[in-house]
Design a protein around this ligand. Sequence first.
Ligand code: FRU
Length: 322
Amino acid sequence: MTRRDMLKLATFAAALLTTTALFSSNHALAQDKKWKIGFSQVTTIEPWRAQFNKDIIAEAAKHPEVELIITDGEDKTEKQVADVENLIRQEVDALLVSPKESAGLTGVVQQAIDAKIPVFVLDRNVDTKDYTQFVGGDNKLIGRAAGEYAVELLGGKGKAAGNVVEIWGGMGTQPAHDRHDGFHEFTDKEPGIKYLLDQQSGDWKQDQAYNIMANALKTNEKIDLVYGHNDPMAYGAYLAAKDVGREKDIKFIGIDGLPNEGVQMVNKGELTATFTYVTPGAEGLRQAIKFLNGEKVEKTITLPTEKVTKDNAAKILKDNGL
Ligand code: FRU
């Protein structure tokens, strides 16, 4: 029997059990059915990743029929590839993966697909579309929103002027490229805007962004705006500016907007703005369960975003009990 047949049979059996449960109200029977779902997370040290794991664990707690196995790729492609291979060997019913980078994870994701495991790609993509579903934010859209706001902060459409430092996320990831492209759709129309760095990546990390900014500050007397591809990097740049007493002259824009991180920074006036990037933890797991239960799922689920500035930061904090 192929894996797909087994899956079909299991889905059918589960449906049968659910029906039985409905008629006999024997819920224990239906709940005994365990889906073994593997989740390969790229790293756990960044705040957004910690929130992501919290979200998926909280969702799993609502589904007693699910056994969730989470692995930590420790921010290394080789480790994450080994993690996914391991989950394939464990014959998980579904695989969720949030890749370190596209190219390096594509092969092993393809292996899972070939083994007839439904694959749900979360947040960062891979170089194949043969997976079951992608769940994540629209990074182009977020980049555009950031670019539009940067133009406004620098004087408005047609008049914007200033020196911009852009700190890239991981070069091998689609979110970094989309966040760059979207931003430049707006800022490149402004002849008064100058870019001070040539594609410098802080690999999503605060300390790397600090160093990039510290150097930029040394070589440029005037910096007007920093665009960090995530909040930790925008904050790293802010700290570098603060250490030389120049933070007040500069606007800082980030992305992620976690209430206890980016939103707090905006509320304190450290960052000028951030854009929320909801983690796909809860939705990704819900979708995988839906699929395993035999329902149709869409090829792509796009999560929403919201601009956070001084105007709404306090309210968001309040709404989150902070
Ligand atoms: C965390 C992170 C987030 C960012 C996302 C992009 O690893 O860097 O800060 O929004 O990944 O994939």
